[in-house]
Design a protein around this ligand. Structure first.
Ligand code: MIG
Length: 803
C-alpha cells in the first residue's frame, strides 16, 4: 500500500527557517491515560485528567518536568477510546475529542457533536531560540477573558500580555505586567467555550489577536511547555474544573469579610488606638486594622519598633477587646545585619537565594541590603512559618505579604540565581513568578500551625495560579482616580475568572488624594468587593471614613453598614467558591457569556456580586449611568421597581445609591447591623425573596467563622429552593453539627403582591405581615410598594412555604 505523505511534496520545507515546528509524527507510546508521541523535531504528550480536561505537553529536548506549584490534582480515572488511522489519532472521552494529526503533528479539539472547539491549523507548536510558541486558530467572533491581574477591557481580544511578576508602584491603567501571574484564560466562539491553563512559570506572553489576525498564541522562555485544555458548555463548568486542578479557597476567617482599614503607616500605638476608638465612637463597623512597615524596628521583619510599639501584646489585646483584628505586613527582604537572629539563622542554614557560585545574593529594599529566603525549599518554608510564633503570641491574626515579586526597588534580580525547587533545582528565571505564591504558602502554613485551629488571614501582592489555596490578594498601588477605581473592579472580576475569589483593591486609592465624591463612591463599590479594605500611602490625604467631612462620612458609613447586613449572603458566596470555584465577584461573562453586550466597554465593569446582586459601577462624576441589564427581570435594590432585562437603561446613580439590581427569583439572607463580626447578630435572619418565574436555589451556610471545625462537620447548611411556578419555598432539613445562631426566620417577599394572598407553612396558615419593620429595609429601601413577610421558627426539619 502506498501512503501519501503531503509533507514530502511541500517545496516550502526546503526553504531555510529559523526555528522549527514540532514536525511529523514518528512513534508513540501509551501508558494508562498518557500518550507520548515522538516527532521529527521533538515530543508531545497528552494526559487525560478527566472527561473534560486534557494535559498537553510539548518539548524540544527537555524531558525533565519540574514539580508544579499550581497543580494539586492527579488524573481521574476516565473512560476513553484511542484510535489510529493513517492520518491521525483520536483520543475521545464522553465530553471531548482530541484529534492528533500526524503529518505534521497538530492538535484539534472537538466537542461530542464533532464541532471544532480549538485547532492549530498548520502552525501549532514552534520553537525559536529555546522559546516555545503555541499557535491556535483565531475565530472571527472569538472572545477571551481571564489572565488574572491584567489591565485593559474584560474582553482581551486584540490585546497581548506578558507574565512577569513586577512591582510597578505607580502603574497606569494600561500597564503590563503587574504583580501576579495567572496564565489561565477562557475563549469562546460559535457558542463553544473552552479554557487554557499554561503551567509554565518563566516569562510568558499571551496574544489574543494583537498585531495579527490569524492566531491567538502564547509563548514561554522554555523549550518545554505544559498546558491544560478544558471544555465545558458553561464557563462555570470550566471554572469548576480549573479549581479542581489548582485548588479552591478554604473558608476565610469571617472577620476578613468585614470592613478593613489600613494606612502606610499607622504609628505609634497611640494612633492605632485612636483610629480604633473613632470607629467605635462613630458606629462605623470595623473588623481589621493593618500595621504597615512603620511598626517594625528598622524594617526588620518579625521585630517591633521599641519606641513606637513598646507593648504590642497589650495594644493588640486592647484591639481584640474592641472586636478588631490586627494584620501586620511582612516583606521577604531580610536585613543583612550581624546579630539579627532571622538573618543569622537563614545564613547559617543556607536558606537564602544564591548565585551559581554559592554566594548569597543581596539586593536593596526597605531595610537596606537584604538577603532573600528561597521559598521553593520546603525547609525554608517551614523555617519562615515558624518565625510567626512571636507574632501569633502577641495576638496578630493576619499576615500581609508585600514586595514579594520580589521587589528590589524596581531593579532586575539576576535571573541566574539558583533555587531549590523542591530539591530539583531551577533558576530564578523560572522561580520569580512563583516566589510570591510560595512565600504566601509558607506564611499560611506556618500561621495555621501556630494558630491552633484558628483561620489566619493572609494577603499577598504577588502570586501565581493556585494562590487561592493560601491567601487573598489585592491589586497593589493604584491611584486615586475614577479610572483606577474601574480598573480595580475589572481586575478583581478577572481574578474571579482565574480561580481567585478573595481579591480586592485599595479602596480610596493608594497614590494621590481622592475627592470626597470619589472616596464615597469607592467605598460604596468596595462594599460589593470580596475583599474590602481602605488603604492609602504615606504623604497622601488621610483615608479613614471621616477624613472627607461629615457628608462623605455618612455616605461611607451607610455602605459599610450595608456590608455587615449582607454578611450571611457574602459568607454563603464564599462557601460556594470553596466548593465549586465559582467566584464571589462574578464577571457577567460567567452567567451571560453568550450575550455580546456584556463585552461592550460601556458595560464591562458591571458584575454580579454573588448569585443575586448586579452591580453597576458608576464613577464619582456620573449621577446617572448607562446600565445593561442582562436577560431576565431585575428589581431595583432600593425601591423594588421592576425592569425587564436584555436592554440598556439610564439609571440614576447618586452617591448614596450605587446602582444595584436584584435578579428576579433571588434569595438573599440578611442580618441585623453589627459593629464587627464577633458581635452577636441577634436571633432573627431575614430571608429576602424576589418574585421570579423560575425562582432559584440558594445554599445557606454558617459555621463558627473562625476555626477549621467545619472540616469535622461542625457547620450548618441548608438548601433553600424557591419554586416560582408551583408557588412554594422549600427549606430543606439542615445538615451539619453546628447550630445556627438564628432562631427565627423572617421571609420578606418582594414583588409578590399580586400572587400572595395567604401562606401556609408546613400546611398551617401563617399570618402574613405587610410592610415589615425590616432589619435593614428601613435604612436602604424606600419602597412605597407593599411588601409582605412571614415569620417562621428556624426548626431543624424541612420547612415548606406554600401560597
Ligand atoms: O515600597 O509598605 O503595595 O500597600 O503600603 C512600598 C509600604 C512598599 C507597597 C505596598 C503598599 C504598602 C507599601 N509597600
Amino acid at each position: 500500500m502506498i501512503f501519501f505523505f503531503p509533507f514530502m511534496f511541500q517545496p516550502a520545507m526546503a526553504q531555510q527557517h529559523e526555528g522549527r515546528s514540532l514536525g511529523n509524527y514518528t512513534t508513540y507510546n501509551k501508558v494508562s491515560q498518557s500518550f507520548t508521541f515522538q516527532t521529527t523535531h521533538g515530543s508531545a504528550r497528552v494526559v487525560i485528567f478527566s472527561p473534560t480536561l486534557f494535559k498537553i505537553s510539548v518539548w524540544e529536548s527537555q524531558e525533565k518536568e519540574l514539580p508544579s506549584y499550581a497543580v494539586i490534582a492527579t488524573p481521574k480515572k476516565t473512560k476513553f477510546s484511542f484510535t489510529e488511522s493513517n492520518k491521525e489519532f483520536r483520543i475521545k472521552t464522553d465530553s471531548l475529542t482530541l484529534k492528533i494529526n500526524k503529518f505534521p503533528l497538530r492538535f484539534t479539539f472537538q466537542n461530542p457533536n464533532g464541532k471544532v472547539i480549538s485547532r492549530e491549523g498548520k502552525t501549532g507548536t514552534f520553537w525559536l531560540n529555546h522559546q516555545t510558541f503555541i499557535f491556535k486558530h483565531l475565530y472571527p467572533q472569538e472572545t477571551f477573558v481571564g489572565l488574572g491581574e491584567k489591565t485593559g477591557p474584560l474582553n482581551r481580544r486584540g490585546s497581548a500580555y506578558t507574565n512577569w511578576n513586577t512591582d510597578n508602584p505607580h502603574y497606569e491603567n494600561w500597564d503590563d505586567p503587574l504583580y501576579s501571574t495567572i496564565p489561565f484564560y477562557m475563549g469562546r466562539h460559535n457558542g463553544l467555550q473552552y479554557g487554557i491553563f499554561v503551567d509554565n512559570t518563566t516569562k510568558s506572553t499571551f496574544n489574543f489577536g494583537a498585531g495579527n489576525n490569524r492566531f491567538s498564541y502564547f509563548s514561554v522562555k522554555d523549550d518545554r511547555v505544559d498546558y491544560y485544555f478544558f471544555y465545558h458548555h458553561t464557563p462555570a463548568g470550566i471554572l469548576k474544573e480549573y479549581s479542581f486542578l489548582t485548588g479552591r479557597i478554604k473558608m476565610p476567617p469571617i472577620w476578613g469579610l468585614g470592613f478593613q482599614q489600613s494606612r502606610w503607616s499607622y504609628t505609634p500605638d497611640k494612633e492605632v488606638m485612636e483610629i480604633a476608638t473613632a470607629f467605635r465612637d462613630k458606629k462605623i463597623p470595623l473588623d481589621v486594622l493593618y500595621l504597615d512597615i512603620g511598626y517594625m524596628n528598622a524594617y526588620k521583619v518579625f521585630t517591633w519598633n521599641p519606641t513606637a510599639f513598646p507593648h504590642p501584646k497589650k495594644l493588640i489585646g486592647n484591639l481584640k477587646n474592641m472586636g478588631i483584628h490586627t494584620v501586620v505586613i511582612v516583606d521577604p527582604g531580610i536585613k543583612v545585619e550581624k546579630g539579627y537572629s532571622v538573618y543569622e539563622e537563614g545564613k547559617k542554614h543556607n536558606y537564602f537565594l544564591k548565585y551559581p557560585d554559592g554566594t548569597d545574593y543581596s539586593g536593596q529594599v526597605w531595610p537596606g541590603w537584604c538577603n532573600f529566603p528561597d521559598f521553593t525549599n520546603p525547609k525554608v518554608r517551614t523555617w519562615w512559618g515558624r518565625q510567626f510564633a512571636g507574632m501569633v503570641n502577641t495576638g496578630v491574626s493576619g499576615f500581609w505579604n508585600d514586595m514579594n515579586e520580589f521587589s528590589v526597588w524596581g531593579r532586575e534580580v539576576p535571573p541566574i540565581l539558583q533555587m531549590d525547587w523542591e530539591g530539583k533545582g531551577a533558576s530564578y528565571m523560572r522561580g520569580k513568578n512563583v516566589y510570591g505564591l510560595e512565600m504566601a504558602r509558607a506564611t499560611y502554613e506556618g500561621a495555621r500551625k501556630l494558630m491552633q485551629n484558628r483561620r489566619p488571614l493572609v494577603l499577598t501582592r504577588a502570586g501565581y495560579a493556585g494562590l487561592q489555596r493560601y491567601t487573598a490578594i489585592w491589586t497593589g498601588d493604584n491611584q486615586a482616580t475614577d479610572e483606577h477605581m474601574l480598573l480595580g473592579i475589572r481586575m478583581v472580576s478577572s481574578f474571579g475568572l482565574s480561580g481567585v475569589p478573595f481579591a480586592g483593591y485599595d479602596v480610596g486609592g493608594f497614590n494621590g488624594d481622592a475627592t470626597p465624591a470619589l472616596y464615597a463612591r469607592w467605598v460604596s463599590i468596595g462594599t460589593f468587593a470580596p475583599f474590602f479594605r481602605v488603604h492609602s500611602a504615606i504623604f497622601t490625604k488621610r483615608s479613614e471614613p471621616w477624613s472627607y467631612g461629615v457628608a462623605t462620612q455618612a455616605l461611607a458609613t451607610r455602605f459599610i453598614r450595608l456590608r455587615y447586613h449582607l454578611l450571611p449572603y457574602i459568607y454563603a458566596a464564599f462557601y460556594e467558591a470553596s466548593q465549586t470555584g465559582m467566584p464571589v465577584q462574578r464577571s457577567l461573562s460567567i452567567d451571560y457569556a453568550s450575550d455580546p453586550k456584556i463585552y461592550d466597554k460601556r458595560f464591562d465593569n458591571q458584575y454580579m456580586f454573588g448569585p443575586a446582586l448586579l452591580i453597576i459601577p458608576a464613577t464619582s462624576r456620573q449621577m446617572a449611568v448607562d446600565a445593561y441589564l442582562p436577560k431576565g427581570k431585575w428589581y431595583s435594590f432600593y425601591d423594588d421597581s421592576i425592569f425587564n432585562g436584555s436592554r440598556e437603561t439610564l439609571t440614576p446613580s447618586p452617591l448614596d445609591k450605587l446602582p444595584v439590581f436584584v435578579k428576579a427569583g433571588a434569595i438573599i439572607p440578611i442580618q441585623k447591623l453589627i459593629q464587627n463580626t464577633g458581635e452577636n447578630p441577634g436571633d432573627t435572619l431575614e430571608i429576602h425573596v424576589y418574585q421570579g418565574k423560575t425562582g432559584s436555589n440558594f445554599i445557606y451556610y454558617e459555621d463558627d467563622g473562625n476555626t477549621y471545625n467545619y472540616k469535622n462537620g461542625i457547620f450548618y447548611k441548608r438548601e433553600i429552593q424557591y419554586d416560582g411556578i408551583n408557588r412554594k419555598i422549600i427549606m430543606e432539613k439542615p445538615s451539619g453539627k453546628y447550630i445556627s445562631h438564628f432562631k427565627v426566620l423572617r421571609l420578606v417577599f418582594h414583588g409578590f403582591q399580586n400572587e400572595m394572598k395567604s401562606i401556609r407553612v408546613n400546611g398551617k396558615p401563617v399570618k402574613l405581615q405587610t410592610k415589615p419593620a425590616g432589619l435593614f429595609l428601613k435604612s436602604y429601601q424606600q419602597s412605597d410598594k407593599e411588601l409582605l413577610s412571614a415569620t417562621v421558627a428556624n426548626i431543624p426539619q424541612q420547612i415548606i412555604l406554600k401560597w
